[in-house]
Design a protein around this ligand. Structure first.
Ligand code: NAD
Length: 269
């Protein structure tokens, strides 16, 4: 039996996640990087993507034309919301599978991804870590059990470069907790507390955000009871976990039928 090589395209190749993905692809015998792009006008355009990522020259030059990604079996996109939406349209047109890990997408952006998934397999996940995916399931279960007299707060910390808040993962955990309670997160989320806020509203799910240093990503969902507290936490100490999860999603997407998938589908598949 011959093993099939899956070819990969990386937009945002000069970014933190882009470079990490290129290192992890280099170490994976079943994957091959065939295209790399980034924003027009930045210094990385025209550079060897392997040299930039620290793996040694791989001959894949970073271009600024997204259509160049169309030769790949799977595009793995950790860029910006606008870029991810554009890449989804392109992937659908070229029939490339797509993994989107970008966070901070609005409702309209997600609708655009879902539309693109009519034509290709698309995995969208704000946190591609296996541990966090399991955490979401646990949070939903615990939220369903600890109801009367229990109050839910979500705390997240990230490095000072992060541009969106609360993190996509914190929001996903909020949605999981809300599902467990049988409510919509939008109806119970308390995102900002300042000044005379009044007492905590019963049933709210509160969010708190810390930014600083080089924190890769830390999330805690805290269930406050009367004289007791349950805390479910995840700490990422190396962003390689997100890249490895994204590669697992890419292998899944390469074999999947067109459709919109989450990380839970990848772990179950
Ligand atoms: P970064 O700023 O280091 O990298 C983003 C890269 O995308 C940059 O090189 C930028 O130039 C590039 N880019 C922007 N617009 C582009 C376009 N139109 N075409 C091609 N490239 C473009 O950021 P990062 O830390 O690598 O994170 C990227 C995204 O991934 C963020 O949304 C972040 O929150 C998210 N993220 C998700 C996970 C996860 O598990 N899903 C983990 C870490 C980061």
């Amino acid at each position: 039996m011959t093993s099939q090589i899956i070819t990969i395209g990386i937009p945002g190749a000069a970014g933190r996640m882009g470079r990490m993905l290129i290192r992890e692809i280099d170490a994976a015998p079943d994957l091959k990087l065939v295209a790399a792009t980034d924003r027009a006008g930045i210094d990385a355009i025209g550079q060897d993507s392997g040299l930039l990522a620290g793996t040694g020259s791989n001959g894949v030059i970073i271009g600024d034309d997204p259509a160049g990604l169309g030769i790949a079996d799977v595009i793995i996109d950790f860029t910006s919301p606008a870029a991810s939406v554009a890449h989804a349209g392109m992937a659908s047109e070229h029939r490339c599978a797509l993994v989107v890990g970008t966070t901070g997408l609005g409702e309209a952006d997600e609708t655009a991804l879902r539309a693109a998934a009519d034509g290709t397999a698309l995995v969208y996940c704000a946190n591609t870590s296996v541990g966090v995916t399991l955490l979401g399931k646990l949070v939903e279960q615990v939220a369903a059990q600890l109801v009367e007299g229990w109050e839910i707060e979500i705390l997240e910390s990230h490095h000072h470069h992060k541009v969106d808040a609360p993190s996509g993962t914190a929001l996903a955990l909020g949605h999981a907790a809300a599902r467990g309670r049988g409510v919509e997160l939008d109806d119970v989320a308390d995102m900002v507390r300042k000044g005379q806020t009044g007492a905590r509203r019963e049933g709210d799910i509160g969010f708190a955000v810390l930014r600083g240093g080089d924190v890769t990503g830390e999330h805690s969902v805290i269930f406050y009871g009367d004289s007791e507290r349950v805390e479910i936490s995840h700490r990422a100490t190396d962003r390689a976990i997100f890249a490895r999860g994204a590669l697992r999603a890419a292998r899944f997407a390469a074999a999947a039928n067109p459709g919109f998938y989450k990380m839970e589908d990848v772990l179950a598949g």
